[in-house]
Design a protein around this ligand. Structure first.
Ligand code: HEC
Ligand code: HEC
Length: 351
């Protein structure tokens, strides 16, 4: 891929936020949606066929396999029918579907959700506990080291390719370093890259997280959302949002109900879901929803019951006050005389 000057400038200049200060910039747990810039060539991760032989390559490959078929951990660490790639599309390589290459560079980072600095492996634990409605493996477990290795490889291989170093192997790192992420002080670029890429603004790689979406002209409506859902989503995701399982293999993910993400997951927020849906759904984009439709259908989807917030304390009202006070979601709100969250499914189904 030719080096795109505009893109390079962004990586070089970042937003002027130095790594130490980026902890502050990321104080919000919710990663701010990014303004999409026109005509930017987005980062391309290295082709998976180039994952090397040997012990390190095996870790990277294992990470890929866990990412696309997370169901192999069902019952052990995963409590629903989802795979990481259902939300982090194209095996975690698609810009604006929270790609792993951009995420890897952004950690360690401060997270409000647990009120401390999380490294990359700990951030993955969050998605196990909430998005996968499970119980995360330990940060230094083979599973999280493998997913970290895969994410690191996507980033570093793509950077080397960008500067024409297609044959240069991604430098190996220790398990301990892999868990940290690319925002660690100890993180170094390989020699040939070090004078080309300056790692300022590591949390702001173009394509990170989700693309900003304009606010809807009218407040999201569940009625309109139900209609959008019926017309553009139900065919694949099912009338009850249940997804599709064929021969015991989930092929289309559940959007709500017991097999979907729980009330603590980032996707439960209407704004996060709206940006994801506008950019990525219906899968294949035979139809482009307008922003209003994306907000309406996100509201509809996220007003349905799903597994309980695993941080649950005492009752829905207390939990809502403690954890959902300033998020754009339905948890704890009253709808047709019913408090949302009060009929939630079990928080997790793994030990
Ligand atoms: C239901 C959708 C969903 C699933 C499934 C999911 N995630 Fe996520 N993930 C998200 C969302 C949404 C965010 C952004 C968080 C936010 O803004 O609150 C995120 C954020 C992340 C981040 C941080 C991204 C960044 O740029 O900081 C990592 C790393 C991550 N997820 C890894 C994983 C892994 C590994 C799995 C599988 C074990 C997984 N996720 C499964 C929805 C999902
Ligand atoms: C052509 C079938 C199809 C249609 C139509 C479709 N989706 Fe999806 N959707 C998928 C598939 C398949 C995935 C998982 C993608 C992957 O693993 O690569 C997905 C993933 C998702 C996810 C993230 C995973 C999860 O379970 O939370 C959300 C949210 C979502 N779709 C919402 C919608 C909404 C809302 C609509 C309607 C506007 C829609 N989809 C239309 C097939 C479809």
């Amino acid at each position: 891929m030719p080096i795109n000057n505009a893109w390079l400038f962004l990586l070089l200049a970042g937003s002027g936020v130095a790594s130490a200060e980026s902890y502050m910039a990321d104080m919000q747990d919710e990663i701010p949606a990014q303004q999409k810039a026109a005509n930017l060539g987005y980062f391309q991760s290295r082709d998976l066929s180039k994952i090397p032989e040997g012990e390190f390559g095996d870790k990277v490959r294992k990470g890929y396999e866990l990412f696309v078929n997370t169901q192999q951990l069902k019952g052990k660490y995963v409590g629903n029918q989802l795979n990481c790639t259902n939300c982090h599309l194209d095996a975690g390589s698609k810009a604006y579907a929270a790609p792993m290459w951009a995420a890897y560079l952004a950690y360690p980072s401060f997270r409000k959700k647990n009120n401390r600095v999380s490294n990359f492996a700990e951030r993955i634990q969050g998605c196990f506990n909430f998005s996968m409605n499970g119980k995360a493996p330990a940060a230094d477990s083979p599973e999280l080291v493998a997913i970290s290795a895969y994410s690191y490889w996507l980033l570093m291989g793509g950077l080397l390719d960008m500067f024409g170093m297609h044959d240069k192997a991604v430098p190996e790192m220790s398990d301990a370093a892999l868990q940290q992420g690319g925002n660690a002080d100890s993180f170094k670029l390989p020699g040939p890259l070090s004078d080309k890429v300056k790692l300022d603004g590591r949390g702001h790689m173009p394509g990170r997280a989700f693309a900003a979406l304009e606010k809807p002209a009218h407040a999201p409506s569940l009625e309109r959302g139900a209609k959008v859902y019926g017309e553009h989503c139900a065919l694949c995701h099912g009338a009850e949002g249940q997804g599709t399982v064929m021969a015991d293999v989930p092929v289309i993910p559940a959007l709500w109900g017991p097999q979907s993400y729980n009330w603590g997951a980032g996707m439960h927020r209407v704004n996060t879901a709206a940006t994801f849906i506008f950019e990525n759904m219906p899968l294949g984009k035979a139809v482009q929803l307008n922003p209003q439709q994306a907000w309406d259908v996100a509201a509809y989807m996220n007003s349905r019951e799903r597994p309980q917030d695993p941080r649950f304390i005492d009752d829905v009202a207390t939990t809502a006050k403690q954890f959902h006070a300033d998020d754009d979601g339905y948890y704890g709100k009253e709808l047709d005389g019913n408090v949302i969250g009060s009929q939630a499914f079990p928080a997790t189904t793994v030990e």
